[in-house]
Design a protein around this ligand. Structure first.
Ligand SMILES: [Zn+2]
Length: 113
């Protein structure tokens, strides 16, 4: 087992309820939701943060956005709209250093920051 929580979740070594699970990404609810619907889309590949994204990750990123949309539709927040955020580093509020896309919806969002 690695030290990385999201790698372990992705590999099924740490049990968690998944909203979506395929060969490249999975989605789970945030344990501290900041909106009526708040889940995260997480790649199974270990990429520390959005600052480590390279050109080669293009197809994976596209897949993350598509899964975010699909789960947003299943959660009933797609029609009104939702917010996607990637926190980067300490000041960006990143808590786990394995890239994850937050998807928030179910209410009108305020300005960023
Ligand atoms: Zn990881």
């Amino acid at each position: 087992m690695t030290e990385c929580l999201f790698c372990n979740m992705g590999a099924g070594k740490t049990p968690v309820d998944k909203l979506h699970d395929d060969d490249r990404v999975f989605a789970i609810r945030d344990i501290h939701p900041r909106a009526p619907v708040h889940f995260m889309v997480i790649p199974k590949e270990h990429i520390p943060s959005a600052a480590d994204i390279g050109q080669e990750h293009g197809p994976l990123l596209a897949h993350m956005f598509q899964v975010a949309k699909q789960v947003a539709q299943e959660e009933g927040i797609a029609d009104k709209g939702y917010r996607l955020t990637l926190n980067v580093g300490e000041y960006g509020g990143q808590l786990i250093y394995h890239i994850h896309m937050h998807v928030l919806g179910g209410r009108r969002m305020g300005p960023e920051g």
